[in-house]
Each structure stands twice: as C-alpha cells, then as structure tokens.
Design a protein around this ligand. Sequence first.
Ligand code: NAD
Length: 274
Amino acid sequence: MSYLETLFNIKGKRVVLTGGGGILAGEMAKGFVNAGAKVALLDINEESVFQKAKSLSRPGNEQLGLKCNVLDENNLKEIHQKILNQFGRIDVLVNAAGGNMSGATIGLNETVFDLKMENFKKVTDLNLNGTVLPTLIFGKTIADQNYGSIINISSMASYRAITRVIGYSAAKAAIDNFTRWMAVELASKFGNGIRINAIAPGFLLTEQNRTLLTNQDGSLTERGKTIINMTPFKRFGEPEELVGTALWLACDASRFVTGAVVPIDGGFSVSSGV
Ligand code: NAD
C-alpha cells in the first residue's frame, strides 16, 4: 500500500449516516461508497432511505437503509445493534439528520416576539439532541474500538446572524460547541484515535430553500441576491462539494484534526461584504 493509500484509507470503512434519506447525507454516502466504504443510512422517512440505499447498492455490495428516529433512544439502540450485527464495527458516524422548520422561522412580517417557544423547542431538539443522542450511542462503539471519526453538520447560521432563522441557528451554534467539548472528552479519556469534527456548509441550493432563494423563473430573490453578494465565490454551493471534506475528516489524512468546524462556503464566513 502506498503512503497516500494509508492516509486516505476510506476503503472498507463502515459508515453510519443519519438523515441518510436526505440530500446532503445521500451525496456524502455516494462519495463514501464510490471510495470503497460500506454505508448504513438512517432516516425517519422510510421510503426515501430505502430508495437511497437501493440506488447505492451493487450486486454483492449491498448498502443498508434503515428507518430510524434520531430522537428515540430505544429505536437508536435497536438500530445500532442491527448495524453492528451486519458490519461488525462502526468507523464513521455522520450526524446529518436535521434542518430548519417553517414554524421555527420568524415570518416576513413578524418580529422575534411572535416566536412560538413550542416551535423553537422542536427545531433545537431535532438539530441538537438529534446529534447528541446518536453520538452517545454510536460513539460508544467508536470509543470502545479506540478508533473512528464522528462528523457533525453545522451551518453558516452558527457563525453569523441569519435574519429570521433563530432556533436553527442556536442549535447549530450548540453543535459547534458540542463538537469542541466532545473532542476534548474523547481524546482525553479514549485516546487520539477517536476524532470528532463538524462541517459547516454555506448556502447550497436544495429543495429545502429553493423557493426562499430563487423565483420560479430561476432568478434570485432579494434574499438570494444578498447571499450571493456576501459570498466571494459569487455562487451557491453544490451538495457534492461537501464530499471531499467529509472523506478527508473520515480518514487518517486528517488524523491530527479534532474539534474543528470546517466551513465549506465559498468564503461567506470570512467576508465582511466590503
Ligand atoms: P434534507 O431535508 O434533505 O435531509 C435531512 C433528513 O433528515 C431528511 O431525510 C429527514 O427525513 C431526516 N430527518 C428529519 N428528522 C429526523 C429524525 N427525527 N430522525 C431521523 N431522520 C430525520 O436536508 P439536507 O439539506 O440534506 O440537510 C442535512 C443537514 O445539513 C441538516 O443538518 C441541515 O441542517 C444541514 N445543512 C443543510 C444546508 C443546505 O443548504 N441544504 C446548509 C447547512 C446545513
């Protein structure tokens, strides 16, 4: 094996991705499979996760698609055992279940004082607790192996105040903090074979935000224009642009990297707009 092959050792890795029926986890899963890993996709949406796993499977190289709610501890434990029975170990966990919710965003003609706490709690629960809980359950196996990598998904909303998006931003900022806290906890108690980092995607045009950022004819909305003006690359990102960073964080090429939050944002997070 060449030196580079030992560094970029994705082949044969067993990778669990939550939110696996979704766009970003699906794209990362494709990258992992193409690089020779085996993936288990977990999602509350049974149909989308089965479909995704099927589309990534090849004869003799099946990928797992499992219905799972990242907020249900017993369900997670059961799925964890199923994956261990099939894979024997878990090398990588990608916590990609999450997203914003319409009720948790302040409406165009509202102020923060119109916010319903019930919606704030729902969005922080999914994004924060939905990352913490799988990390405790799958991360324990990784810690017991003394080897593996956990990748959380943050957002630009954790760096800069994004108007109207309050609960999601608070949850993503908490994910950054959790990533740093866990990096220290895992390294100091389980050794330096276990790492935890986060990816902070910039603005990617996906079905979730298409109507917020573009009009029906494909032109930019005012919000879309503001984002592009603040992005030195002057474009939105593509989901596949997360894949290289996810693979890098999963393998030994990043073996001295832990507790980092890596922006993938065309420069949005460092731009002052001037
Ligand atoms: P997506 O909606 O396509 O995928 C999210 C998936 O999570 C969905 O398939 C959904 O069914 C699943 N899910 C929701 N609740 C769940 C639960 N309780 N248990 C299990 N699965 C559940 O969204 P995406 O764009 O692929 O986003 C993935 C992650 O990336 C999210 O954390 C999101 O906040 C983050 N992110 C997305 C963008 C973007 O531009 N799309 C930018 C920054 C961060």
